[in-house]
Design a protein around this ligand. Structure first.
Ligand SMILES: [Zn+2]
Length: 346
């Protein structure tokens, strides 16, 4: 049992599965293997907290560590929040969890398990995933990183040169998914968005959420495509596009080229505000286990080319647009790293 090596733990809470990862005090990852457990959100707050604490106990045991080694914990949990630490109403969690002060309850449970107070930081999963990807991409360089991860929604994060995410006053900062897109440059009309805004949010243009609409529009051009006759649901058809694109299907490739152009404009828009050194693109299309290098390079290439037109000349040379590389690890490790960085500040 080591008492000399401090460890920082990250809890990544998803709607169904929670994961544990950790870093040492020097920022190195303890293990590239995460421990995974059901979140049990349907059983209420106490069950969720108990699950998280037990998962940390098991993780510590697996690595021959005790609670006395734990110097900080980070929690990645999807927003929105009512205030720091208090969950708002989320589409992915039971309504009964809205208004829950998860920060207060988790901190108390951690103190009880450890026998000493443990600092707890929290942030949304996209933000903290960005912290880990930023640490990976920049290595020893002191520079800032923009991360965009299109999946079911569009995760966004800006990580400053000290490694910490831009949060805003209520953790709602860098919620770029619902910024308006330059629709005229895309020759597109505003798509419906889950947030209710009608100004043409970028999210449905770049993520799975808008794929059924983009596909329906495309099928007008390709009425003989197999998907025009398919009896699958719109969601199933949308999810089949990634696989079709890998096989060179023209309709699917045109849709992802469109999404890449939309994301490229969003990248340029955000670079004007943030001036980062790296832009990391994550999400399902950059998943190294689900897409081919050729597909990823095509997608990134369109993003780079589109963004480049709208950047300042100096930025065109300097800003690097690259693929994310941590996959599933990023959010738990990012939560642990944020706990570590915060310990340096306090
Ligand atoms: Zn929106």
């Amino acid at each position: 049992m080591s008492t000399t090596r401090g460890v920082f733990i990250g809890t990544d809470s998803g709607a169904t599965t929670s994961k544990v990862g950790a870093v040492w005090a020097d920022g190195k990852t303890v293990s590239t293997k995460l421990l995974q457990r059901p979140t049990n959100a349907q059983n209420g707050p106490d069950a969720v907290i108990q699950g998280w604490v037990e998962a940390i106990s098991d993780y510590l045991q697996q690595h021959q560590l005790g609670w006395e080694a734990v110097q900080g914990v980070g929690l990645a949990i999807p927003g929105p929040y009512e205030s720091y630490g208090v969950l708002g109403r989320s589409a992915n969690l039971p309504a009964s969890l809205a208004g829950w002060n998860v920060h207060r309850d988790y901190r108390q449970a951690l103190a009880q398990a450890a026998g000493h107070a443990i600092p707890l930081v929290m942030g949304n999963d996209g933000m903290l995933g960005g912290v880990a990807e930023a640490a990976k991409v920049r290595g020893a360089e002191k520079c800032s990183v923009l991360m965009l991860a299109p999946g079911s929604g569009l995760g966004s994060a800006y990580i400053d040169a000290n490694g910490l995410p831009l949060e805003g006053d209520t953790l709602a900062g860098m919620e770029t998914a619902h910024m308006p897109a330059a629709l005229h440059l895309l020759n597109a009309k505003p798509l419906p968005c889950g947030c209710g805004r009608t100004w043409g949010c970028i999210e449905p243009l770049t993520t799975i959420s808008g794929l059924p609409h983009l596909l329906a529009e495309k099928l007008v051009k390709y009425p003989d495509h197999a998907l025009a006759k398919s009896t699958a649901t719109p969601k199933e058809k949308a999810l089949s596009l990634r696989g079709l694109a890998q096989k060179g299907d023209v309709l699917a490739l045109e849709i992802f080229d469109f999404q890449a152009r939309a994301l490229g404009l969003h990248v340029a828009n955000l670079c004007l505000a943030l001036d980062p050194h790296y832009v990391v693109i994550g999400g399902g299309l950059m998943d190294h286990e689900a897409t081919t290098p050729e597909f990823r390079e095509r997608y990134l290439g369109v993003i780079r080319e589109t963004a480049s037109t709208y950047l300042w000349p100096v930025q065109r040379e300097r800003i690097k647009i690259v693929s994310a590389s941590l996959g599933d690890l990023s959010q738990a490790i990012g939560a642990a790293l944020t706990a570590l960085y915060q310990s340096h500040k306090s």
